[in-house]
Ligand binder design. Structure first.
Ligand code: PPS
Length: 574
C-alpha cells in the first residue's frame, strides 16, 4: 500500500522501538546500567531517532561518522548527512563508559526511553565543530552558543534500542511519526506531497505561497511546523498550533494536512536546509519549500548576516538529485492592494506599491495594541496572537528598586504599590528586602554569594508573577550589577516588562537617616559587610530611572515612576 511513496533516506525507514519481550528484558537489565537524564535537545533528537525521522541513523553518531559529517557532510559509509546528532555527557559519566557498555537514556521524569550500546566515548573540539557546521564561532549564532555554552564536554556514540517514545500530553493527535504520516498519505492516495517547514505563525503570505506551490506542482500540502526547540524568543508552540489549525480551514477541502515535528532546530541555515529535506523525505514528502534565509539565525550584532539569503537554497540545490526530494524555492510574497492579491516580490509590476509586515513590526503592533490590516492575516490568527501577546498595558511587569540601606527603596515601593492598587486591573505583589529576608531567604547572610542567591530568588518569584500578568515590586539593596542583569534577562524573557529604578540617595543622606540604626552599628564594627560602609555597592548604568530622594517627597518620586510607566505603555487608560 505504501509502495508509491518516496523512499526514506538510506532506503529503509528506521524504527528503533523494540518488541515488548525485548523491552521487558531491557527494562530489567536497566537497573544495573549507568543512566543519563536527557537534555531537552537530546530528548528531541532521541524522539526522531526512535521514530525514523532521522533515517538512516540508528543512534547517536560515533566518532568516525561525526568527523565525516563535520568535514564532508557525510557519514563514514558516504551517506549524505549534514548535522551532527550527538549525545553530549559530563566528564563524570564519560569516565564510567567505554566501548561495549550499556547506557540508559531517561526523560526529564526519569522514564527509561532507550538503551544505548556504547561504541565510542571521546572529547570533541566544540569550537572546531562550530566552525565546520555553522561556519562561525560567534556565540551570537544560537547553534554556536549552544555548542560553546550548553554542550557537555564528552560525546558518546552508539546504536539505540528504543523502549518507548517520549510522551507528549499536548496536541497528541497532531504529532505523526514518519510511519504514521506515510500510512495516512497512502490511505488518502497522496503521492506528491509538498512540505512547508515553519517555526512562526502563518499569515496570508504563507498561505498564498503554500497554495501556489501545491497548485503548481499538482501536489498535496503538509504543513509541518517545528514544535521541539526553535529560536529563543519565538512565539510559543501552543499559540502557533492554534494558528495553524485556524489557517488549515483556508485551503481547499482535503488538500492540506497538519502534523507537528518534534525537532530541535540548530538555526544552521544551509546545512539545516539539507537536513530538513532529509527529515521531510523520511516523513513521505516529495517536495520541500525553501525560502529566503531558510532556518537562518539572522545577523550578528554588527549587522552582518551569518548566511547569504539564498545560501540554503544553493546548498540544497547541489544535493537534491542525490536525495530525491525536490526543493521548491520561493521568493518572499508581498501584497498588492491593486487586485487584493499576493505575488512573489520579483513579480511586482513596475511602479506598483507592494506591502508586507515583518515579524518585528508585527510584534511591535501587538505590544502597542495597534490594529492589524485585514490583508496581512486572517482574523482567527490575529485573535490567537492577541490572546497570548496582549498590549503592554495588559501584560505583567516588574519594578526593581535598587539602592543603599535607608535610601528610600521600601518607602517608594510601598507608595507605588498603593498607587497601582488604586488604579486597579492587575494584582500587585511587594517583595521588599526585609519581607524577603524573613520569608524566602531567612537562612542567608550578607556575603556576595548569599546576596546574589537572595536576588536570584527574588528574580525568580518576580518573573513568575510577571509571566502570569501581575505586577511585582522588588526593593532589595541588590548591590551587584551582574545578578541584577541576570534578573532583568529572566523577567524580560517572560514577555513582561522590567523597569530598574536606582534609588540614588547619597550615602551621607542615608547614613543621616539611619532608620534602623544599622549605619551606626556598622561604623562601630558591630555589623560586618554593611553595604555603603564596609561592603561595595555597584552603581547601575542601565537603570531606566535614577531618583535621589534627598529633597523630594515620596509622592513626588513615585509620580516620576508612574509617568515613566505611562510613557512606556505599562499603564494606560482603559
Ligand atoms: S541584598 O544585598 O540585596 O541581599 O540585601 P537586602 O536583602 O535587601 O537587605 C535587607 C536589609 O538587611 C539589613 N541589613 C543589611 N544590609 C546590608 N548589609 C548588611 N550587612 C546588612 N545587615 C542587615 C538592611 O537593613 C537591609 O534593609 P534596607 O531596607 O536596605 O535598609
Amino acid at each position: 500500500m505504501q509502495s508509491h511513496l518516496i523512499e526514506p533516506h538510506g532506503g529503509a525507514l528506521v524504527n528503533l522501538i523494540v518488541d515488548p519481550d525485548r523491552a521487558a528484558e531491557l527494562k530489567q537489565a536497566c537497573r544495573d546500567y549507568p543512566s543519563w537524564d536527557l537534555t531537552e535537545r537530546q530528548l528531541c533528537d532521541v524522539e526522531l531517532l526512535l521514530s525514523g525521522g532521522f533515517s538512516p541513523l540508528k543512534g547517536f553518531l560515533g566518532e568516525a561518522d561525526y568527523r565525516g559529517v563535520c568535514e564532508k557532510m557525510r557519514l563514514a559509509d558516504g551517506t549524505l548527512w549534514p548535522m551532527p546528532i550527538m549525545l553530549d555527557v559530563t566528564e563524570e559519566l564519560a569516565g564510567q563508559l567505554k566501548a561495549g557498555a550499556m547506557l540508559v537514556l531517561r526523560d526529564l521524569e526519569g522514564v527509561a526511553l532507550a538503551v544505548m550500546h556504547v561504541e565510542d566515548v571521546w572529547r570533541p573540539d566544540l569550537a572546531a565543530e562550530a566552525e565546520q557546521v555553522f561556519g562561525s564561532t560567534n556565540p551570537e549564532h544560537p547553534g554556536v552558543a549552544y555548542l560553546l555554552r550548553q554542550t557537555n564536554p564528552y560525546y558518546v556514540g552508539g546504536r539505540l534500542e528504543g523502549l518507548t517514545p517520549p510522551s507528549h500530553y499536548d496536541f497528541a493527535g497532531l504529532r505523526r511519526t514518519p510511519a504514521q504520516l506515510r500510512t495516512q498519505f497512502a490511505a488518502m492516495g497522496w503521492r506528491r506531497i509538498v512540505a512547508f517547514q515553519t517555526r512562526n505563525p502563518m499569515h496570508r503570505a504563507h498561505q498564498e505561497l503554500t497554495l501556489r506551490a501545491a497548485r503548481n506542482l499538482e501536489a498535496n500540502l503538509l504543513i509541518h511546523p517545528v514544535v521541539g526547540l526553535t529560536k529563543p524568543g519565538d512565539v510559543d508552540h501552543y499559540t502557533r498550533v492554534r494558528c495553524y489549525q485556524a489557517i488549515l480551514e483556508h485551503y481547499p477541502r482535503k488538500t492540506a494536512a497538519l502534523s507537528l515535528l518534534p525537532l530541535a532546530m540548530r538555526m544552521g541555515g544551509p546545512r539545516e536546509a539539507v537536513w530538513h529535506a532529509i527529515i521531510r523525505k523520511n516523513h513521505g514528502c516529495t517536495h520541500l519549500i525553501v525560502g529566503r534565509d531558510h532556518a537562518g539565525p539572522g545577523s550578528d550584532s554588527t549587522g552582518k548576516p551569518f548566511y547569504g539569503p539564498y545560501e540554503a537554497q544553493e546548498l540544497l540545490n547541489q544535493h537534491q538529485q542525490e536525495l530525491g526530494i525536490e526543493m521548491v524555492p520561493f521568493k518572499m510574497m508581498v501584497y498588492l492592494a491593486d487586485g487584493d492579491r499576493y505575488v512573489p516580490v520579483d513579480e511586482v509590476p513596475d511602479g506598483v506599491e507592494a506591502k508586507s509586515i515583518s515579524g518585528t513590526e508585527l510584534r511591535q503592533r501587538l505590544t502597542e495594541g495597534r490594529e492589524m490590516p485585514a490583508w496581512f492575516s486572517f482574523p482567527e490568527v490575529i485573535e490567537e496572537l492577541r490572546r497570548t501577546h496582549p498590549p503592554r498595558s495588559k501584560r505583567g511587569f516588574t519594578v526593581f528598586f535598587t539602592g543603599l540601606p535607608s535610601s528610600g527603596k521600601s518607602t517608594l515601593a510601598n507608595v507605588l504599590m498603593v498607587r497601582l492598587l488604586e488604579m486597579g486591573g492587575r494584582p500587585v505583589t511587594l517583595l521588599d528586602g526585609d519581607i524577603v529576608r524573613r520569608n524566602l531567604s531567612s537562612e542567608l547572610g550578607f556575603s556576595k554569594a548569599h546576596r546574589d542567591l537572595n536576588i536570584r530568588r527574588i528574580g525568580f518569584v518576580a518573573s513568575e508573577i510577571t509571566k502570569n500578568g501581575g505586577i511585582a515590586l522588588c526593593a532589595p539593596i541588590a548591590p551587584y550589577d551582574s545578578v541584577r542583569k541576570d534578573v532583568r534577562e529572566m523577567i524580560e524573557g517572560t514577555g513582561g516588562g522590567f523597569v530598574l529604578v536606582h534609588v540614588a540617595t547619597p550615602v551621607e543622606v542615608c547614613e543621616q537617616r539611619d532608620r534602623k540604626g544599622l549605619y551606626a552599628k556598622a561604623r562601630a564594627g558591630i555589623i560586618k559587610e554593611f553595604t555603603g560602609v564596609s561592603d561595595p555597592y555597584e552603581q547601575p548604568a542601565d537603570a531606566e530611572l535614577g531618583i535621589d530622594t534627598s529633597d523630594l517627597a515620596p509622592e513626588e518620586c513615585v509620580q516620576e515612576i508612574v509617568l515613566l510607566l505611562e510613557k512606556e505603555g505599562y499603564i494606560a487608560a482603559e
